[in-house]
Design a protein around this ligand. Structure first.
Ligand SMILES: [Zn+2]
Ligand SMILES: [Zn+2]
Length: 191
């Protein structure tokens, strides 16, 4: 998101603080990646950016709440987002803005915004830190890997698909490998 890009060169020596709570910062990529995740309580990030040799130090915290599908029963699982982070954002090498131009024999206008793997983007040779990208990446890192609707969710019956949290579905547990049944029969006939 262009409007959340800040020029690293213009940072005051003491750094600068930012409060970001525009829902679109998270909502846009959630939609783009078709993620099954709903923001249930507003997300907000407090970020401080301190200029440093060869880059900048990005510190902050992210708060909010989302609803994801439970890993076991697919019902709503509420997850609190609480994440503190501290990362050094390195400036991409000085040659990077021209990277890719060698592939074309002149006549090709350089791309004004060359994206790199880092969250720093060059705009007219000025390194810009994309705060929206920081917010999004920290959000993804803060998502639970195993969201559950409640601790001890019983999940779904493997035979009929009923949600076992709503009670027993009455299915008889699987008898196991049918090849083993032959052996079980043999044991039974021993007497
Ligand atoms: Zn569940
Ligand atoms: Zn069942």
């Amino acid at each position: 998101m262009q409007k959340y890009r800040i020029s690293i060169n213009d940072l005051p020596p003491g750094g600068k603080e930012f409060d970001l709570n525009d829902r679109a910062i998270w909502q846009a990529p959630l939609r783009e990646f078709e993620m099954d995740c709903r923001i249930s309580s507003p997300l907000s990030a407090h970020i401080s950016v301190l200029p440093a040799e060869g880059g900048c130090l990005v510190r902050g915290e992210l708060r909010g709440q989302v609803v994801l599908p439970c890993n076991r029963c697919a019902e709503d699982a509420v997850a609190d987002i609480r994440n503190s982070f501290e990362e050094f954002e390195e400036l991409p090498g000085e040659n990077d803005p021209d990277a890719g131009l060698n592939a074309h024999a002149g006549n090709v206008a350089p791309d004004p915004t060359v994206e790199t793997e880092s969250r720093v983007i060059y705009e007219r040779n000025t390194p810009m830190l994309d705060l929206a990208a920081v917010c999004w990446e920290e959000f993804v890192l803060a998502l639970p890997t195993n969201p559950l609707c409640k601790t001890g969710c019983k999940g779904l019956c493997v035979q009929c698909g009923a949600n076992l949290n709503n009670g027993d579905c009455g299915c008889i547990p699987d008898k196991g490998d049918p090849r083993m049944a032959v052996l079980r029969e043999l044991t039974l006939h021993k007497n």
